[in-house]
Design a protein. Structure first.
Length: 691
């Protein structure tokens, strides 16, 4: 065809697969997108969400020009203005805030709407700009923090297996992860292992799509994963199947951890987890005698008050069984730490030390009157729809003294509260560099088309604003290609031979790691150089020295430390978990008409036993509530959840939802045991008919 080009790019979304894609451009328009068939992980396939990405970029409701609020906050009424007007107003307001309250009154609230290292996740240009102003730091703890810290106490890093090596495993534990919805490309490697004889077990409170396809499903009580890990190891030890040579030479603190394991016989663990004792024993025996065993544990299971400890304890399993010595054995959580990119946010530009504001404590930050936030600058985030304590956040965003700027592609629920909305490019319109947190490939995104309307990339927006404010620091004006060169300049052996020119030509390059990849063959990056069942660092941080079990808040209401039941009906007797949607990614695509149609109305899954107690029938409109708020849904009576557990998918836009709320209305701001991680799956609720 005349004027047809194939442009290599990368999916920017918060998914472990970070797909390589190919965009076909004809006469300056993107007319086709497909997964890159040459990429070893993508293998030509995109997900149901991203298959509609080109349609999404051309959607009628896309924000194409700078906007200024004309109505009350929250109404979403705006007028179009020029970039010059927008920059003038922003410059004036930022200058006034810095002069009156200091730079720390500015909160740059960045999310994971794009995981690119230039335009998104690390936000190099943006962070330098905020450092010059002396703005508060933004702690992005919303996704994986508790689990990452827990893993570091055990194995020194959150990095682990190459997920492609699941093809070599003979026992695969999918622990708190719905692979077929959240990272489906791994399934190909699981299937390869299965074809060679692997047994696949899904450990999940919900019988998900993935659990349907597994050989076995264990419907664990939410927040009790560490107890199950200890119970399985109790069986391993009882069978005399611990790898004593590996333990002696490659681990630290075995005697202390062994004593902890012995406190969790299957009988006790069955009481804590709600699983049949015989199922725990059977899986423990399978674990004891199957090598290699690969564990895929992802972010959902660590979003409770004991989440960091859960990941820490699960990570002990391959140390007891010795699975790290085998190709295809070990644990995979996130591969991000394998990517040695050089991050230079130029902290030396800060005029003085500044405070850190925590992403999951947005409501607290907006209510602080002693050290008030006077400017909230939101980019790659939709906190009104995706952050805890929705009602308190709404009250904070309604403050007339809060100057709110939102850089966005669409009129989200958060954008409705902005004073200024700035139009942002989408992935096919800008350059970016991507890693994966579910594989070992660096991927380059080459812009395929010119931006629509007056949309600007994140980096270009900050370059223009810095120039408008008269900033003279040269690094603020580094181009996207210069930023990419800097990121690749760490000199780490894993990046040897990987240049920007090569990435732009080939589209993707695997890190320089062998196949199969055994990341801890030369030891663990812990203080002892070994896998640590007991951690002096954890002890000095005020945590338990030995890996163990910390109950979630929900389970503390029902169980004491020894697993004994506590009597008395609680006012909110159900535990609500909020899994990922198959059609939305967090709140991205929540405005796409076709994906909304496929998702139907919000539904809350409830067991037949719990429904009968409440007089509920299938399809009945209900309110889900607690002391923090409520949202509306339809009851779906289902055997996919166990009694005592309810589930409702996340990702709905409030403006398209009956009652104007989603499950985050009932999620309290609170902290996990490590890293102040969020508590999305640690909430007590009640369900009642909608009047």
């Amino acid at each position: 065809m005349s004027g047809e080009l194939r442009v290599l790019g990368a999916c920017p979304l918060d998914c472990p697969d970070t797909c390589s894609w190919v965009v076909t451009v004809q006469d300056g328009r993107a007319v086709k997108m497909r997964g890159n068939p040459d990429h070893p992980f993508t293998r030509g396939a995109l997900c149901v969400k991203v298959n509609r990405y080109l349609e999404h970029t051309a959607a009628e409701d896309r924000v194409l020009y700078p906007l200024r609020r004309t109505g009350r906050k929250g109404e979403g009424r705006f007028e179009r203005i020029s970039w010059e007007e927008a920059l003038n107003e922003i410059s004036t307001r930022l200058t006034e805030i810095v002069e009156t309250y200091g730079g720390e009154a500015i909160w740059p609230y960045q999310g994971t709407g794009t995981l690119g290292y230039i335009q998104g996740e690390t936000g190099e240009a943006g962070r330098r700009f905020w450092n010059v102003l002396g703005a508060s730091r933004h702690d992005m703890n919303i996704c994986s923090r508790a689990g990452s810290i827990g893993l570091k106490y055990t194995q020194g890093t959150s990095a682990g297996m190459d997920p492609e090596d699941f093809a070599s495993a003979r026992l695969i534990l999918l622990w708190g992860t719905n692979t077929l919805t959240s990272g489906h490309h791994l399934w190909k490697f699981i299937q390869e292992g299965r074809a060679a004889g692997a047994h696949v077990v899904a450990i999940d409170p919900i019988r998900t799509r993935t659990a349907d396809q597994a050989d076995e499903h264990l419907p664990i009580r939410p927040g009790t994963d560490a107890a199950l890990a200890l119970g399985l190891l109790h069986v391993v030890v009882s069978e005399g199947a611990e790898d004593r040579e590996y333990i002696a030479n490659h681990t630290f603190g075995w005697d202390e951890f062994h004593a902890e394991i012995l406190k969790y016989p299957p009988t006790r663990v069955a009481e804590i987890t709600g699983l049949p004792e015989e199922s725990i024993v059977a899986l423990g025996r399978r674990l004891a005698h199957t090598r290699p065993t690969a564990i895929r544990a992802t972010m959902g299971l660590q979003r409770n008050a004991g989440g960091g400890t859960a990941m820490r304890t699960i990570a002990c399993i391959p140390g007891v069984t010795g699975d790290w010595r085998y190709p295809g054995g070990g644990l995979s959580y996130s591969t991000s730490a394998h990517f040695p990119l050089k991050i230079d946010s130029r902290d030396d530009l800060l005029p003085h030390p500044v405070r850190t504001l925590t992403m999951t404590r947005l409501a607290d930050g907006l209510e602080d009157t002693e050290n008030p936030v006077k400017c909230l600058w939101v980019y790659a985030a939709n906190p009104m729809g995706s952050t805890s304590d929705q009602n308190r956040i709404r009250r904070g965003l309604l403050r007339e003294d809060l100057f709110t700027v939102v850089m966005e592609q669409f009129p989200t629920d958060t954008a409705d509260y902005a004073d200024i909305v700035l139009p942002a490019t989408m992935q096919i319109e800008h350059a970016d560099l991507h890693t994966g947190y579910g594989h070992l490939y660096l991927t380059w995104n080459e812009p395929a088309v010119e931006p629509l309307g007056e949309c600007l990339s994140t980096t270009e927006t900050f370059r223009r604003l810095a120039r408008h404010m008269g900033m003279t620091e040269p690094s603020l004006y580094d181009s996207d290609l210069e930023l990419a060169e800097q990121l690749l300049s760490s000199g780490h052996p894993a990046l040897a031979g990987i240049t920007l020119d090569r990435l732009r030509k080939e589209g993707w390059v695997r890190l320089n790691h062998p196949r199969p990849f055994q990341p801890f063959a030369d030891g663990f990056p812990t203080p002892s150089g070994k896998l640590e069942f007991a951690s002096q660092q954890a002890e000095s941080d005020g945590l338990d020295r030995v890996a163990g079990y910390v109950p979630s808040r929900s389970n503390r209401q029902d169980h004491d430390r020894r697993g004994g039941r506590r009597g008395g009906r609680k006012p909110y007797p159900l535990t609500l978990i909020t899994p990922a949607s198959h059609n939305f990614l967090n709140t991205i695509f929540g405005n796409n008409p076709e994906l909304r149609r496929r998702s139907k109305n919000p539904r809350v899954l409830i067991s037949a036993e719990d429904a009968e107690r409440r007089g509920l029938v299938d399809g009945q409109p209900v309110r889900v509530f607690n002391e923090h708020g409520e949202f509306q849904a339809e009851a779906e009576i289902s055997d996919r959840v166990r009694p005592g557990v309810a589930a409702c998918e996340k990702g709905r836009w409030l403006k398209f939802t009956q009652g104007g709320a989603n499950p985050n209305a009932v999620v309290e701001e609170g902290d996990a045991d490590m890293g102040r991680g969020p508590l999305y799956h640690d909430n007590r609720i009640e369900i009642a008919p909608l009047a």
